[in-house]
Structures are given as structure tokens and as C-alpha cells.
Design a protein. Structure first.
Length: 167
């Protein structure tokens, strides 16, 4: 019986080895078929196509968002430019008005200086100094307002008024 159990044990080992070998062969062929199926041209092409479509969709979404942001900023900049143009026009009008006023003042000063020269010429022609010149001379000499009023035979108020007008 010992011989039979030895033969049976050896045979069981061979049978078990055979089944394991068959299982290994089947597993290798199944794995090879699975890899071939997963890495076939059609599968890879389908996966790449899906990925490209996904990227295209994402790019379109981002582009639309960016385009709308650019449009909003362009509109905001146009409003700012319009406001700046309005302010520039307003400043130009104010500057033009100021130039007109300055020219009018220059003309008025020229007239005033001309009238002053004419008055001085008349006073020289008639030999009399203007009251303001007389007051200025007396002030330079150190006379007070009361003394100037007495010397010129005028009131203190007239002298003070003439001094205020000169300043």
C-alpha cells in the first residue's frame, strides 16, 4: 500500500502541476487578449478622440469667458474715454474763458495805463502833481497823516482814502 500511496501522491502532484500549467497558459492568453483589446488602435483612437473633444470643449468655454471679460473691459474703457473726453472739453472751455478774461484784463490794464499817462501828461502840462503823488512824497519825508492833511489842506479821511487806493 505504501507503493500505491507513493504512486498516487506522485500522480496527484503531476495532475496538480498539469492543471496549474493549463491555468497559467489560459491566464496568459486571457491577459494577452485583454491587453490587445485595451491597447488596440480603435480603443486608443477612441480614447484620444474623447480626450481631444474634452480639451476642445474646455478651450471653447475658457475662450468664451475670456472674450466676455475682454468685451466688458473694452466697454468700461470706452466709458472712461468718453468721460475723459467730456472733462477735456470742459477744461478746454474753462481755459479758453480764462484766456479771454486774461486778454480782457490786459486790454483794461493797457487802457488804465494809457489813461494814467494821459492824466500825468495833463498834470505836467498844467504844472500840478496828483494828490496821491504829493501824499507819497510827504510820507517818504516822514510826515504823519495829520501833518499831510494840514499841509495839503485836505481832511484826514481824504488822505487815508488816497493812501488806501494807492495800496
Amino acid at each position: 500500500m505504501l507503493v500505491f500511496s507513493n504512486v498516487w501522491g506522485t500522480m496527484t502532484g503531476y495532475i496538480l502541476s498539469f492543471f496549474l500549467f493549463v491555468f497559467w497558459l489560459v491566464s496568459i492568453f486571457a491577459l494577452r487578449a485583454y491587453i490587445k483589446k485595451r491597447s488596440g488602435r480603435e480603443v486608443l483612437l477612441a480614447e484620444l478622440t474623447d480626450e481631444v473633444r474634452g480639451l476642445e470643449t474646455e478651450l471653447n468655454r475658457i475662450t468664451e469667458r475670456d472674450a466676455s471679460l475682454v468685451e466688458e473691459r473694452v466697454a468700461a474703457l470706452q466709458k472712461l474715454l468718453e468721460a475723459a473726453d467730456e472733462k477735456t472739453a470742459l477744461f478746454k472751455a474753462v481755459i479758453d474763458e480764462m484766456i479771454e478774461q486774461q486778454n480782457a484784463l490786459k486790454t483794461e490794464r493797457a487802457k488804465t495805463e494809457q489813461e494814467k499817462k494821459e492824466l500825468e501828461a495833463l498834470q505836467k502840462a498844467y504844472g500840478e502833481k496828483p494828490l496821491s503823488a504829493k501824499i507819497a512824497d510827504l510820507q517818504k519825508r516822514g510826515f504823519g497823516i495829520d501833518q499831510i492833511a494840514r499841509k495839503l489842506e485836505k481832511t484826514v479821511t481824504e488822505i487815508e482814502l488816497s493812501i488806501a487806493i494807492q495800496d
